[in-house]
Design a protein around this ligand. Structure first.
Ligand code: F6P
Length: 412
């Protein structure tokens, strides 16, 4: 494969995570150090930054600030939820992307995101091939939802899982202080997949977590839910419940009362408000003291609780994207292939075809949901525990996090 010299773009897309910038740093640092890459450009708000020709020259950043990206949560370059059209229906955006690529001699495109972002990445990759513009395109995975096809797990999930499990364990202590009982409902993200909510089972496994867990892979039955809570509360005097924001009835409609709120740029409903809604119902049905707690954004930006394993793998994914692209590979997403034999966890990068990854959601396996559909089995615990291991070395000033401060100088 002949050497391809030119600039690269790194863009971040979709909901952020606490380690997404570790992947960005993996791309940026590796690209800055690579002789084939002539300029490293950071797209402002993902593909929108390409369309608007708002590209930051990452080579002009202070290297020490760039390094702080490793422990800085949430998309430092800015994210977007922008659904790019089918090029056969409307190729306006693609022509503009090509124009901007040519202007900056962009020969490498790295896009960091989840399902919808991999769809964007796939479409751009195919378009560049169709028009014969030589550009190597690589998807860098990211989603706390952990629902990307092929890969063992997704960067961002493990840290969110650790945050969720830790928060459940802490709330568990608080919810038991009075001599009167209490019911707590914890609402956890994940629209269509229950991976994140299942992570609450790590807390139960450690002896201080939910008694009941409900995920969106199976239909939700309100009567059964109320009966479950009443039974546990009567037996134990307390009850902790973890629910996915995406739980739905058998007809597919979301239980969340916020289901009618506006949709995002990818066409998804913004969920939320479920914990408060279920708390009201439980209060009415049991007369118990009840609290609904929505973990909301905290679970995906809680960098102080990030998993070292996650942050190292996130960096590795970004680094592998650059190394493989420079070596001549294109039209792929970096993923992970892992083994857990005999308690020894080994994780290696593996490439997946973008066309297979785009828009395919990987759900929590049904065998990891208990027969009563209100709990998680040991298989998930064994899968997830290695992913949350280790602490990061977040830099602090006055005992507060010192996050990266980028200059964000636009490339001409
Ligand atoms: O993409 C991951 C995710 O965090 C989902 O779990 C959640 O439903 C959604 O993003 C929230 O999106 P937004 O940031 O647009 O509110």
């Amino acid at each position: 494969m002949s050497e391809l010299k030119g600039a690269c773009i790194i863009g971040q897309s979709g909901g952020p995570s606490s380690v997404i910038n570790a992947s960005a740093y993996g791309v940026i640092r590796t690209a800055l150090d690579n002789g084939s890459i002539t300029q490293v450009l950071g797209a402002e708000h993902g593909i929108k930054g390409v369309l608007n020709d708002r590209l930051f020259d990452m080579g002009l950043e202070d290297p020490a600030e760039l390094e702080l990206l490793k422990y800085t949560p949430s998309s430092a370059l800015g994210s977007c939820r922008y659904k790019i059209a089918d090029p056969d229906v409307d190729d306006t955006d693609y022509k503009r992307i090509l124009e901007v690529f040519k202007k900056h001699n962009v020969r490498y495109f790295f896009y960091n995101g989840g399902n919808d972002s991999m769809d964007t990445c796939n479409k751009i990759s195919k378009y560049m091939m169709k028009v014969g513009y030589e550009c190597r395109v690589m998807g860098v995975p990211k989603t706390i939802d952990n629902d990307l096809f092929g890969t063992d797990h997704c960067p961002g999930f493990s840290s969110a899982a650790k945050y969720i499990a830790t928060s459940c364990m802490e709330v568990y202590q608080d919810a038991r202080v009075y001599d009167t009982g209490m019911v707590v409902v914890m609402e956890i993200m994940g629209r269509h997949a229950g991976w994140l909510t299942a992570a609450a089972a790590l807390a139960s496994n450690a002896g201080a977590g939910p008694d009941l867990i409900y995920v969106p892979e199976v239909d939700f039955d309100m009567d059964k839910f109320i009966a479950d809570v009443k039974r546990v509360y009567a037996e134990r005097g307390n009850c902790m419940v973890a629910v996915s924001e995406g739980i739905h009835y058998a007809d597919g409609s979301f239980v969340s009362e916020a289901k009618t709120s506006a949709t995002d740029g990818f066409g998804h409903a913004q969920l939320g408000g479920l914990a408060a809604m279920l708390a009201d119902i439980v209060k009415r049905e049991t007369g118990a003291k009840v609290r609904g707690i929505e973990l909301s954004l905290l679970q995906r930006c809680g960098a102080h609780l990030a998993s070292r394993t996650d942050y190292e793998e996130s960096f590795m994914a970004g680094q592998a994207a650059v190394e493989n692209a420079v070596a001549g590979l294109t039209d792929k997403m970096v993923g992970f292939e892992c083994t857990r034999e005999g308690g020894k966890y080994v994780c290696k990068t593996k490439l997946f075809d973008l066309k297979d990854v785009a828009n395919t959601e990987k759900k929590l396996p049904l065998e990891w949901i208990n027969a009563d559909h209100n709990g998680i089995t040991q298989g998930f615990i064994d899968y997830c525990l290695p992913l949350i291991q280790g602490e990061t070395e977040m830099k602090k000033v006055d005992s507060l996090p010192r996050f990266a401060r980028l200059k964000k100088i636009l490339a001409k």
